[in-house]
Design a protein around this ligand. Structure first.
Ligand SMILES: [Zn+2]
Length: 317
């Protein structure tokens, strides 16, 4: 019987020719079977972003601190494509009879971050940032909200990309292209909210969850008062509130060291002085309310990437 890893490798090989990045795990498979992944890649290619794998000082920096390379990615339009597939093939050749799962190997931090970084590039184009230096923006609160929005959109797109795959070998392959770690219960609550309010609104709740999780970067769950006040338009409908709470909490299951280092280091890097809490002077409820500038931008970017809801929720594989 084939191991899950062998199956993942076979799926990768079957689809590898669909993109030039045949050495990046799952890249061709996702391009061929996933409308979001394909759309994001096509948008980048059409805007002259390029992908490379040569080892250089920049690559060394990327391995050490990918967080600090965002300005290079955004403004030099170059994304590092991890050649993480050949090592898997070697692993199988060396231990043909061992039951090794792709998820075990993924602990070694060999994810492809292309999808995530690509969504940052799409956001940069949308918001027209000229750099990542806070002091060069007149409206600092607006720029900070845009930074949070871009991160929340990148994480939402990863989540939505993973959603259609239920086969474990396929799912393992797909999760290698996402930073988040998605559990089946998360999938269920999102799908239920999707049925309840429709995909466009469900996606926006997912986005709010990631935004809030990075804002409350030390919290393990969405603060109850926060959920109630955001969901107030349909307060009194306990099913709606409980589904919204579950979907918001998908964001809060992002790993805490990741959220902490983003909050503590990334914001310092872009020029936030002193404690982040003191610098975040915008009102989170206002920022995430229906019709706010951030929510309108999120809606636009979701629409530009997810052109057809029907296409997205049809089985991608
Ligand atoms: Zn990011």
């Amino acid at each position: 019987m084939k191991s899950e890893l062998q199956e993942s490798v076979e799926i990768h090989n079957r689809y590898a020719h669909h993109t030039p990045l045949s050495k990046t795990i799952g890249d061709g498979f996702l391009y061929a079977t996933n409308p979001i992944f394909r759309r994001v890649r096509d948008m980048l290619v059409s805007q002259n972003y390029s992908f490379y794998n040569e080892l250089s000082e920049y690559t060394a920096n990327y391995f050490m601190t990918c967080l600090f390379q965002l300005d290079t990615i955004l403004f030099e339009k170059k994304l590092f494509a991890r050649h993480n597939f050949p090592a898997l093939e070697k692993l199988i050749q060396k231990f043909p009879d061992k039951e090794i799962r792709l998820a075990d190997v993924a602990l070694l931090e060999c994810y492809s971050t292309l999808l995530h970084e690509s969504v940052h590039c799409i956001c940069q184009q949308y918001f027209k940032w000229h750099g990542l230096e806070l002091n060069s923006y007149q409206d600092k609160n607006q720029f900070l909200q845009e930074i949070f929005a871009a991160e929340a959109l990148a994480l939402s797109m990863e989540y939505l990309t993973c959603l259609p795959y239920s086969d474990s070998a396929e799912r393992a392959l797909v999760c290698m292209n996402a930073l988040g770690n998605y559990r089946d219960t998360d999938q269920l609550s999102f799908e239920q909210l999707n049925l309840f309010v429709g995909p466009e609104e469900a996606e926006l709740w997912l986005f709010r969850g990631y935004f809030a999780a990075n804002y409350f970067y030390e919290a393990s769950a969405a603060p109850p008062g926060f959920v109630n006040s955001l969901a107030k338009s349909k307060a009194g409908d306990p099913r709606f509130s409980s589904l919204v709470e579950s979907v918001l909490n998908i964001g809060f299951r992002l790993n805490k060291p990741f959220r902490n280092s983003t909050a503590r280091v990334f914001f310092k890097m872009i020029g936030v002085q002193g404690d982040l809490e003191n610098a975040l002077t915008f009102d989170l409820h206002e920022a995430l309310a229906d019709g706010s500038a951030v929510m309108c931008a999120a809606k636009d970017i979701f629409r530009s990437i997810i052109r057809s809801e029907k296409e997205l929720y049809a089985n991608g594989s």
